[in-house]
Design a binder for this molecule. Structure first.
Ligand SMILES: [Zn+2]
Length: 450
């Protein structure tokens, strides 16, 4: 048992779990006038404040909590889970962004600009940039973050990227198949051999996931399949970038290969939507199909004390769960592309996550509150759907049971908003509403250290 903190005075608590004070059928497990008890790095109890005396007494065996924090009528929710970023890079592409806003269309080839800058940077420069971005995300409530390699594209540079990424998060993805590097132009199949061979061997020990960019101008479906199958054979979980710039076979390939997530999903055929929805048939999952709370910790694949603990070893990705469609509205915002049709996906029963895709080319924001606002305003998701997708949905996209919810056994990742309800995340875009953040039970500064 660790240090215990009781947070009281929460006007509105999003738990994403069934528990005291929640309504049947509400996947966001909303509780009015709530309290949460944190015990070390775990949640020990959550529910209506009027039941806190009994709940806390039971959880602590009659002992009083070590500290009490009055939230003063603010809203609270689980820390955001951002399951898609590219944060190991150097330089920026402000000039490209400015030109794009003046009419030059986005193309995947711009990635090569960042590859050149990243290769030229020192380890310490990459480390400092990564730390700054992770701190900025944390200040905006992101307590779990995935990040990828993909700007090195040589064996040494990709291995360096995943090694540095692993210093800040367990959720590291090997993305050697981001784009064909300039020195391999016209020899994509040979480059894929390298990705599946020496590059994968050098990166797999530091990564939990393998990913590939299945898109015209990046990799074909056949090349994508080779990379993902090689990664899976090396023990990595599968995720895919697909259907960002146009339709293709990437989404169905992702489902076939049991990807945890397929990301972008802007241009989808009916068969893609069907495959995504069908991937959850008979799988342990959430959404309408899953009782909230069933996803909770102990006994789960990567739950309490599981393989993906803080500072612990990166474990294998758990068994089949269904493929999440991770939508990245910062990309459409920053490239003036059409937004994905979230309503079509939700109506078909597809499980959605939201992610920032923070990267210097197509979406240079790490703000999950901005993603929630865009999802509500531009993609017509309800506030409840968007907040769920930015927390519980992200956890599913990483096949994690221990984050994205506030229920006994979950990791103590809590965000307090300087607002009485979560609606304000969409209603007041651009306002710094994240008033306090606990990550693994530790209260973190609301602004990044200089
Ligand atoms: Zn991406």
């Amino acid at each position: 048992m660790g240090r215990t903190t009781l947070v009281t005075g929460i006007a509105e608590l999003t738990t994403n779990a069934a528990g005291p004070g929640t309504r049947d059928g509400d996947p966001t497990g909303l509780v009015a006038d709530a309290a949460v008890l944190l015990d070390g790095d775990r949640v020990a109890w959550a529910g209506p404040e009027r039941e806190a005396r009994d709940g806390v007494g039971h959880a602590l065996g009659g002992r009083p909590p070590d500290a009490t924090v009055d939230a003063g009528g603010r809203a609270a929710l689980p820390g955001f889970v951002d399951p898609h970023t590219h944060l190991v890079f150097a330089g920026d592409r402000a000039g490209e962004f400015e030109a794009r806003m003046a009419g030059t269309p986005y193309a995947a080839g711009g990635i090569r600009t960042t590859v050149a800058a990243t290769r030229a940077a020192s380890d310490d420069a990459l480390r400092a940039g990564l730390a700054r971005h992770v701190a900025q995300a944390l200040a905006q409530g992101t307590t779990t973050i995935e990040t990828k390699s993909g700007y090195g594209l040589t064996v040494e540079d990709e291995a360096r990227a995943v090694r540095i990424a692993r210093e800040v998060t367990d959720e590291v993805t090997f993305l050697g198949a981001h784009v064909v590097p300039p020195e391999a132009a016209g020899r994509a199949d040979e480059y894929v051999d390298l990705v599946c061979g020496d590059m994968l061997a050098a990166c797999a020990p530091h990564a939990r996931w393998v990913d590939a960019f299945c898109e015209t101008g990046a990799f074909t479906p056949d090349q994508t399949r080779r990379v993902l199958e090689a990664g899976a054979a090396a023990g990595l979980g599968v995720r895919v970038h697909a259907s960002q710039l146009g339709p293709g076979d990437g989404v169905r390939l992702a489902v076939e290969l049991d990807a945890a997530s397929v990301d972008h999903c802007t241009y989808l055929a009916p068969a893609d939507v069907e495959a995504l929805a069908g991937s959850w048939d008979g799988a342990a999952g959430p959404g309408g199909a899953v009782e909230p709370g069933r996803a909770v910790g102990p006994g789960g694949a990567v739950g309490r004390g599981g393989a993906v603990g803080r500072g612990g070893a990166v474990g294998p990705v758990a068994g089949r769960r269904g493929t999440v469609a991770t939508l990245l509205p910062g990309v459409e915002f920053s490239t003036r592309q059409p937004y994905p049709d979230a309503r079509r996906l939700l109506d078909a029963g597809v499980v959605l996550a939201l992610a920032s895709d923070c990267n210097p080319g197509s979406s240079y924001t790490s703000s999950m509150p901005l993603c929630v606002a865009l999802a509500v305003r531009e993609m017509r998701m309800t506030v409840a759907e968007a907040v769920w997708a930015a927390t519980a949905g992200g956890a599913l996209a990483l096949r994690r049971d221990d984050v994205g919810l506030l229920a006994p056994g979950a990791r103590a990742d809590l965000v307090l908003l300087d607002a009485p309800s979560r609606v304000h995340l969409a209603y007041r875009p651009g306002v710094p509403l994240v008033a306090a953040v606990w990550q693994s039970g530790v209260r973190v500064p609301p602004t990044p250290a200089p």
